[in-house]
Design a protein around this ligand. Structure first.
Ligand SMILES: O=C(CCc1ccccc1)N[C@H](Cc1nc2ccccc2[nH]1)C(=O)O
Length: 162
């Protein structure tokens, strides 16, 4: 039995088209919706808590002049340096630590189009977001807020909500 609770060599994956998990056997290339015979259900449940297939996050993005798209609903073009963006992000980090609502801060300051929904990106699986963002998001527990994360888009604070 592997740490997944599944009989070797079965793995658990996420089907984006069906928006649900499925099980895949890399040896036989079989895939199925139901848990394979002999699955340790409690171990699989715990594994999925520690290794979520999808997460739902809010984020607050501050772009800078070297961002891949240095434009925003807030101001065009964006001229601040990465250092200035990180400086400003630390102000928001402090506000969040002081209990200000993440959604309100994202609505008022984020340079991502998700600002309209309080920074809500919805749910996403591995492979859908830029690697540094994905790495940070999947390392968060539900309710946790990240330290500053740098991507080609700019600098982010991420809050995992599911
Ligand atoms: O790519 C988008 C849209 C992201 C989004 C996903 C799902 C729902 C709503 C928005 N916006 C970019 C800024 C940006 N870069 C990102 C990189 C990782 C995660 C979120 C990001 N947002 C931009 O506006 O330049």
């Amino acid at each position: 039995m592997s740490s997944t609770g599944l009989p070797e060599p079965w793995t658990v994956r996420f089907s984006k088209s069906k928006s649900r998990q499925y099980f895949f056997n890399p040896q036989t290339k079989e895939s199925q919706w139901d848990e394979p015979e002999g699955t340790d259900h409690a171990a699989l449940k715990q594994y999925l808590v520690d290794h979520p297939l999808r997460v739902r996050c809010l984020h607050l993005l501050i772009k800078h002049k070297d961002s891949k798209r240095p434009a925003s609903h807030r101001c065009d073009p964006i001229t601040i340096s990465k250092e200035e963006a990180l400086e400003e992000l630390s102000v928001y980090q402090h506000k969040i630590e002081q209990g200000e609502k993440f959604e309100d801060l994202a609505k008022s300051r984020s340079d991502c189009s998700s600002f309209k929904r309080g920074g809500d990106l919805g749910s996403f699986a591995s492979g859908e977001m830029q690697p540094p963002f994905e790495k940070a998001a999947f390392a968060l527990k539900v309710g946790e807020v990240s330290k500053p994360v740098e991507t080609a888009s700019g600098v982010h604070i991420i809050k995992r909500v599911a």
